[in-house]
Design a protein around this ligand. Structure first.
Ligand code: C5P
Length: 398
């Protein structure tokens, strides 16, 4: 974690009225210690939990408490600080402030600052567990995600009510790390439209049975997240994947079979600059899918026919194509062959026989091959590998 990145950054820390407000005092101290310029906005109800002087003492900045304060150089404080902000953090964020932000009800300086600023926004909800689960709060949070705001937490733990539920504000250390990660992110894929495929396709045999594979979709999901974080607009076209993964801000389209995946890609590919095909596409499909469940005595023979090679069929002169090669032998030779036979800019090759790497694992060991040569990476997280792939692919869409 590169803490230095936070130095001289203008951070607005918005504190609304929850008992978790005391944690934000410590957070402001963590930020100031690393050289950030922290400007605190306190809502009226937050003042019931924490005092202005705690924050002004730590940040050495006057605390904004009202809409018409004029403690900074311009006459309307929240507009002044909003224009200078590098990030806005709302922590703790109550159900009330979340609703106001979602609707843009600018009756206090927090909403006013968010609306007047182009800085990224992090929201750290803190409230009763049932309140957090309520339809209204969930709807408002979905709205905020749609504005590309980062939602941090809430965590599960003991709440003021004594309940053990999701409602605890993210710990200051976590929020500190999230701020750092926002500043660390490259935005080199801004204005890029990308397609990522992930997971295993499903080829039906009959209403009960199907042919699929061991792909978890983790690699593709990490690539989609890395693209999103680097500014791209991403469509994730996926078969069977681990749906618990966080995919905020990514458009997801489920496609069952290879043919469905191909049709969906064909419809979108013209407006995209890059496609990264990490899906494990079934090479064969069932020739005659049975409408009725096949009796077990008649199952010893299923006639298969070849699926189209989706990646190969895409025109490589119009879009940067990145393919995957999951191999159990002759890794590099096969990867180089695929680079030309599928007309790809890059092939990411991995040896699926290696322990702790490949299907279902959180890690991967890969070689990235393009016409300029190959780069072999040690075992690393799929998230880290996703960024390595994007670092390499960037030159093909400039
Ligand atoms: O030929 P092979 O299946 O090893 O190629 C793997 C690459 O080709 C992957 O990127 C995969 O997503 C893609 N593929 C495809 N259509 C197929 C089979 C594989 O696009 N029918």
């Amino acid at each position: 974690m590169n803490k230095k990145i936070i130095k001289n950054k203008n951070i607005i820390l918005c504190v609304s009225g929850s008992i978790a407000a005391y944690k934000s005092i410590y957070l402001s101290s963590l930020l100031v210690k690393e050289g950030a310029n922290v400007q605190v906005i306190l809502t009226e109800s937050a003042k019931n939990f924490v005092g202005e002087s705690s924050f002004s003492g730590i940040t050495h900045n006057p605390v904004i408490t009202g809409y018409y304060d004029s403690k900074t150089s311009l006459s309307i404080d929240h507009i002044d600080i909003a224009k200078k902000a590098d990030v806005i953090l709302v922590a703790p964020a109550t159900a009330n402030i979340i609703a106001k932000i979602a609707l843009g009800i600018s009756s206090d300086p927090i909403v006013g600052s968010i609306l007047a600023s182009k800085a990224p926004v992090i929201i750290a909800p803190a409230m009763d567990g049932d309140m957090f689960k309520s339809e209204q709060v969930q709807k408002n949070i979905t709205e905020l995600i749609g504005f590309n705001y980062y939602i941090s937490g809430p965590e599960k733990g003991r709440l003021a009510s004594g309940m053990n539920e999701f409602g605890r504000m993210s710990e200051p250390d976590i929020l500190f790390e999230e701020i750092i990660s926002i500043f660390s992110k490259k935005k080199d894929y801004e204005k890029v439209e990308a397609i990522v495929t992930a997971g295993g396709t499903i080829e039906e045999i009959d209403p009960v049975r199907y042919i699929s594979n061991k792909s978890s979709g983790k690699m593709g999901i990490e690539i989609a997240k890395a693209l999103r974080d680097r500014g791209a607009s991403v469509t994730l076209i996926h078969g069977k994947i681990d749906s618990a993964e966080e995919t905020q801000g990514i458009k997801k389209i489920f496609t069952k079979s290879a043919i469905e995946m191909k049709n969906t890609i064909d419809n979108l590919v013209d407006k995209c600059q890059i496609i990264i095909m990490s899906a494990a596409v079934s090479d064969y499909k069932v020739k005659n899918i049975s409408k009725e469940k096949i009796k077990k005595d008649s199952l010893d023979y299923i006639q298969l026919e070849k699926n189209p090679d989706i990646l190969k069929g895409i025109d490589g002169s119009k879009i940067a194509k990145v393919g995957f090669a999951a191999e159990s032998e002759n890794l590099l030779i096969n990867a180089k062959k695929k680079l030309s036979s599928k007309d790809c800019k890059i092939i990411v090759a991995n040896d699926i026989t290696l322990e702790g790497s490949g299907f279902g694992s959180d890690n991967n060991k890969a070689v990235i091959v393009d016409l300029d040569g190959e780069e072999s990476f040690p075992l690393m997280s799929k998230s880290k590998l996703a960024h390595k792939i994007l670092d390499r692919a960037k030159k093909f869409i400039d």
